[in-house]
Design a protein around this ligand. Structure first.
Ligand SMILES: Nc1ncnc2c1ncn2[C@@H]1O[C@H](COP(=O)(O)OP(=O)(O)OP(=O)(O)O)[C@@H](O)[C@H]1O
Ligand SMILES: [Mg+2]
Length: 336
């Protein structure tokens, strides 16, 4: 689907990438992870052809379409939501404009040539799916949590999170072969994040998503690529699988007990004193163990209809999940 061959890129004397070779196959759902500032945005922009590499080449099938959602919410021309979404297909917009022009002309003139041109424009518009375009846009918008009453609202009346969802709707409407999303769940609340997850579950093309959000990655991707030491390193599976594979590899390569663990949900507890990363991994393993225990306690309490106890354990679980998020965030920013 897309290949990076010998890609190199530097900024102001700092080399971000050196001789990167990487392939994304059609139908892949890839999550990209790595510490802040390591170059995730840069390499995803190079893949999207939004940015040029200094060396190497990006090859992809002729005519393939790439949709790119940037990390910062851009400012868009103010227009009604539904128009914004359908404007993602300029061919459709052009065909519609031409149809309207000829419609007016047919009403004024009655010559055969105009009528023929009109019939031709109508045919073209239909072939592009012009008459079902608004219904399709509405279907995508409703999947992302918009209501019918929103469709004619001007873009500027929506908050940042909703504008991001509108931008995603516009991209999905384009039906790209490869969809590249840079930190799409930043600043989204849980219902919004779930709406995005659902929309992406329905997306049939190839997906590359940069994210620090491990819940989101676990739901959405089937392969993880880590940006590290100026390269891209690929791991099969979702984020959780990546974490444990990566952790096992690190343990082995750093010369400590490299035995494969039977229980892959529990990282090896071979922390060498003074090894910050290993200590962090042990903390994560302990917290994951405690989380399992709390989950059992919550389920137990609610089964026995002990609501007080259930709520208490739920609150603890929530707190612990937040701590785990912070630990994983630190781990992601230290690994490498
Ligand atoms: N246009 C640019 N000009 C100069 N330096 C740049 C430019 N774009 C990125 N950089 C630098 O390149 C490095 C990588 O930036 P990039 O945005 O790709 O990282 P990132 O992994 O996406 O970070 P984050 O996790 O914060 O989004 C940073 O040090 C950044 O300052
Ligand atoms: Mg970035």
């Amino acid at each position: 689907m897309i290949s990076l061959i010998g890609i190199g890129k530097s900024y102001g004397g700092k080399e971000l990438f050196a001789d990167v070779n990487f392939r994304i196959e059609a139908g892949d759902r890839v999550g990209m992870v790595g510490p802040n500032g390591v170059g995730k945005t840069t390499i995803s922009r190079i893949i999207a052809r939004e940015e040029e590499a200094d060396r190497g080449e990006v090859s992809r099938p002729r005519g393939s379409r790439i949709g790119y959602l940037s990390q910062d919410v851009k400012t868009f021309r103010d227009q009604p939501l539904i128009e914004f979404v359908t404007s993602g297909r300029p061919d459709l917009v052009g065909a519609h404009r031409e149809l309207e022009r000829l419609e007016r002309l047919v009403a004024e003139r009655h010559d055969e040539g105009t009528q023929l041109a009109y019939a031709h424009a109508l045919d073209h518009f239909q072939q592009l799916g012009g008459y079902s375009a608004e219904a399709e846009a509405a279907r995508i918008l409703s999947g992302l949590g918009f209501r019918e009453g929103d469709y004619e609202r001007m873009l500027h009346t929506f908050s940042g999170g909703w504008i991001m969802r509108a931008a995603l709707a516009r991209l999905l409407f384009q039906k790209p072969d490869l969809l590249i999303l840079d930190e799409p769940t930043n600043h989204l609340d849980i219902p919004a994040r779930e709406a995005v997850e659902d929309a992406l579950a329905d997306f049939e093309g190839t997906l590359l998503v940069v994210s620090h959000d491990r819940y989101f990655l676990d739901k959405v991707v089937t392969r993880v690529v880590e940006v590290r030491e100026r390269k891209l390193i690929s791991y099969p599976g979702n984020f959780t699988e990546f974490f444990f594979t990566r952790q096992a590899l690190m343990t082995r390569t750093s010369g400590r007990a490299g035995r494969r663990r039977k229980d892959r949900r529990r990282p090896a507890r071979t922390a060498k004193p003074g090894n910050k990363l290993a200590a962090l991994e042990k903390q994560i393993a302990d917290a994951e163990g405690k989380k399992l225990e709390l989950e059992r306690r919550v389920a137990d309490a609610f089964t026995r209809r002990d609501l007080d106890k259930g709520r208490r354990a739920s609150r603890q679980l929530e707190q612990l999940s937040k701590e785990l998020d912070a630990l994983y965030e630190r781990w992601m920013n230290q690994s490498g």
